[in-house]
Every structure is written in C-alpha cells, then in structure tokens.
Write a protein that binds this ligand. Structure first.
Ligand SMILES: [Zn+2]
Length: 79
C-alpha cells in the first residue's frame, strides 16, 4: 500500500477531476467535428452563385434557392 500524507488528497482530487474534464472535452470536440464533417458532405455548392445549400437527398438535380439555377450533385472523388 502506498502511504501518503493527508495533504496529497486535494491534489489527487483536483488531478482526477481535471483529467475527467479534459477527457470529456476531447470526446465532445471529436464528436462535434465528426458531425460537422458529415453535415458538410451532405451540402452542395451552387455553381452559379457559390451559395452552400442542402440539396434534396437522393435527387441528382437540385435548384438553388438564391439564384434558382439548376445544379448537379457533385460526386466526391478520392483524389
Ligand atoms: Zn445559386
């Protein structure tokens, strides 16, 4: 058993609490960035006015709500 003084307990408590807060914050940031990346993949950019819009899922053509131009769904490439 490790013998420590009573003054070590507050330091241990703060260390464990700060570690838990740091882990929760990192997990939240990782989750938030994953959701943001997923949302950007679903977005489409108008080729005429460069407005970012969310096209209708499954449709090959979508109409820009700003300039009313027809746009084609861009196929993401792995280049
Ligand atoms: Zn447009």
């Amino acid at each position: 058993m490790i013998r420590t003084g009573l003054s070590f307990l507050p330091l241990l408590y703060v260390g464990v609490l700060a570690g838990a807060v740091l882990l929760l914050w990192l997990a939240g940031e990782w989750r938030r960035s994953r959701l943001r990346r997923h949302e950007w993949r679903a977005m489409g950019q108008c080729r005429l006015c460069a407005e970012w819009v969310r096209p209708v899922p499954g449709a090959d053509l979508w109409r820009c709500p700003v300039c009313r131009a027809w746009n084609e769904r861009a196929v993401p490439s792995d280049l």
